[in-house]
Structure formats: structure tokens, C-alpha cells
Design a protein around this ligand. Structure first.
Ligand SMILES: NC(=O)c1ccc[n+]([C@@H]2O[C@H](COP(=O)([O-])OP(=O)(O)OC[C@H]3O[C@@H](n4cnc5c(N)ncnc54)[C@H](OP(=O)(O)O)[C@@H]3O)[C@@H](O)[C@H]2O)c1
Length: 273
């Protein structure tokens, strides 16, 4: 149990910070007394204390001083001043986990004096419902036990896989940005049905459940998506007619371009391009 006896701090109690803390409590991985959240927003802290019973403070350094694991969950534009603020209080025995988009482990490590273990994670918004897709990468000084701690935390809010940091920008372009791609697909299909006369709400529920169900088929059967597609495609039937319309519009090339464009942008933002 990588989280047994660990005190976990979260710097930034916004959407993601709350989702992580709530996920850890929901899964019974830690008790509220082992969780410490800091934020510049008093109202946010009062809300989190009231709702989740965790320790809260306005002072980031107070959290770092007690935590075995510290999660950085602030927006990218405030992370450098935050690291400068907490740097002197960081100890090499700690694990630092960052979910801050576009900030490399090298950049974070450079703000600390010693060989501090840093693990970087790319989560996505469905973490808010415990259905996230997260990838975890080890920094130079992070050992297996540090990565195991990060994986245990993010397993509380969804599926989690380990990848080399060189691939994390691709993950950003795939599953990080992925929910938005899915919303656009859903909206398009809904509009398609509305155009033909189906009520919008009926279309919304049917296609969203279809997307969730198809995703579950892929994850739970382990089958290649092409095989699952072939299984529902009768020769001369309705599905192949719909698929032809998608292929005729270049749907696969568009999806591949979307991942490439988002990955390029992530690389630009990490300063790698
Ligand atoms: N949401 C996602 O799906 C997602 C996905 C991938 C990665 N991420 C990453 O996760 C991080 C957090 O995102 P989020 O959506 O949770 O953002 P958020 O809701 O804005 O939460 C950030 C919180 O940190 C507070 N804060 C600002 N400066 C601070 C400081 N110096 N010390 C302590 N707290 C401070 C903010 O307060 P104020 O609001 O008053 O400024 C806010 O409550 C971002 O870096 C983002 O790139 C998020």
C-alpha cells in the first residue's frame, strides 16, 4: 500500500485539487486528517474543510513542511513563483507530484536544492467524476516507489498508466485534450439526429450512452476497435452506409491531425519546440 501512513498535501484546491482529495477519501485510501490543502482563496478553503473535513491553510509552506507527498495543482502561470516560495521547505525524502500542464520535471527540479523526486502527471477532466485517464512520468530523481505513490493517488480518480516524460505531450494531445474531441463528436451526432427530427435530449442521452458503452466494450473485451466495428457492420446495411459517409469526409485523417496539432502545441508550451 504505497499511501499507508502518508500525509498528502495539495497546493491549489481548485477543480483538480478537490477531485483528487475527494477521490482519495471516497476510495478510503487516506483519512481526512492525513490530507492538507492550501489555496490563496479563503472561501475555497472553507468550502473544502466543510465538505471534506481536510486540513486547510492559506500558507503553502505549512503544507510542504508536514506532507510526505505534495501535489502541485495550481495553474501553469503561478507555478514558478509557487516553487520559489516552497523551495526552501522541500526535503529530498518527499515526493512532489505535478499536474501542471506544460511544466517539465526538469523545470520543477531546477527550483529545488537537492535531488528531490518529482513525478509529473497528465490527468483529464473526467477525473472530476472518478473516470479520468491519467499518464504518469518519473523525473530524474524519482524512484519506483515515488511513481507507485503517484499511480496510487491517480487510480482513485480513473485509469492511470506510466509513460516516459518524452511521451507526455502526446498524452496531452490525446487524452488531455480528448474530452473536448469527444464533446465535438457528440454535438455533431446530436445535431445530425436533430436535423432529422429526433428531440435533442433524446439524441443527447442515446449518443452519450453509446459513446460510454462503446468505450467500455473496448476496455473490457480488450478487442481491437476495428474488430468490434466489423461485428456491428452488416454487409449492405445501415452502419456501413454511415461509416462510408465518415470515411468519405476523411474522419480518420482529421482525428490523427487533431492529436498531432494538440501535441505540437503542448511541445511549444513546454518549451520543447
Ligand atoms: N482541469 C483539468 O482537467 C486539468 C487537466 C490536466 C491538467 N490540469 C492542470 O491542473 C492544474 C490545476 O487546474 P484546475 O482546473 O484545478 O485549476 P483551478 O480550478 O483554477 O485551481 C487552482 C487553484 O489554485 C489556487 N491558487 C492560485 N494561486 C495559488 C497559489 N500561489 N498558491 C495556492 N493556490 C493558488 C486558485 O485560486 P484562484 O482561483 O483564486 O486563483 C485555484 O483555487 C493546472 O495546472 C492545469 O494545467 C488540469
Amino acid at each position: 500500500m504505497p499511501l499507508r501512513g502518508q500525509k498528502i498535501g495539495c497546493l491549489g484546491g481548485g477543480a483538480m485539487g478537490e477531485a483528487l482529495v475527494a477521490g482519495l477519501l471516497r476510495e478510503g485510501l487516506v483519512t481526512p486528517s492525513a490530507l492538507y490543502v492550501s489555496d490563496i482563496n479563503h472561501e475555497r478553503l472553507e468550502y473544502l474543510q466543510h465538505k471534506l473535513g481536510v486540513n486547510v491553510t492559506i500558507d503553502n509552506t505549512d503544507v510542504v513542511k508536514v506532507a510526505d507527498i505534495t501535489i502541485l495543482a495550481v495553474k501553469p502561470q503561478v507555478v514558478v513563483p509557487l516553487l520559489e516560495e516552497i523551495g526552501p521547505a522541500i526535503r529530498v525524502e518527499q515526493t512532489i507530484i505535478s499536474i501542471v500542464a506544460g511544466v517539465t520535471t526538469a523545470k520543477i527540479q531546477s527550483c529545488f536544492k537537492g535531488p528531490v523526486p518529482v513525478v509529473r502527471v497528465m490527468p483529464n477532466t473526467p477525473c472530476l467524476l472518478g473516470e479520468g485517464a491519467c499518464a504518469v512520468s518519473a523525473g530524474t530523481y524519482a524512484a519506483e516507489e515515488n511513481v507507485a505513490k503517484a499511480m496510487a493517488i491517480f487510480a482513485a480518480v480513473g485509469k492511470v498508466l506510466a509513460v516516459p516524460e518524452s511521451m507526455l505531450d502526446i498524452v496531452t494531445g490525446l487524452s488531455g485534450s480528448g474530452p473536448a474531441y469527444m464533446y465535438v463528436l457528440l454535438e455533431g451526432f446530436i445535431d445530425g439526429a436533430v436535423r432529422l427530427g429526433l428531440p435533442r435530449d433524446t439524441a443527447r442521452i442515446l449518443i452519450a450512452q453509446t459513446m460510454a458503452g462503446a468505450a467500455k466494450m473496448v476496455l473490457e473485451t480488450g478487442e481491437h476497435p476495428g474488430k468490434l466495428k466489423d461485428m456491428v457492420t452488416t454487409p449492405g446495411g445501415t452502419t456501413i452506409a454511415g461509416l462510408f459517409a465518415l470515411e468519405d469526409g476523411g474522419v480518420r485523417a482529421l482525428m490523427m491531425k487533431a492529436v498531432a496539432a494538440a501535441t505540437d502545441r503542448a511541445r511549444e508550451m513546454s518549451g520543447l519546440k
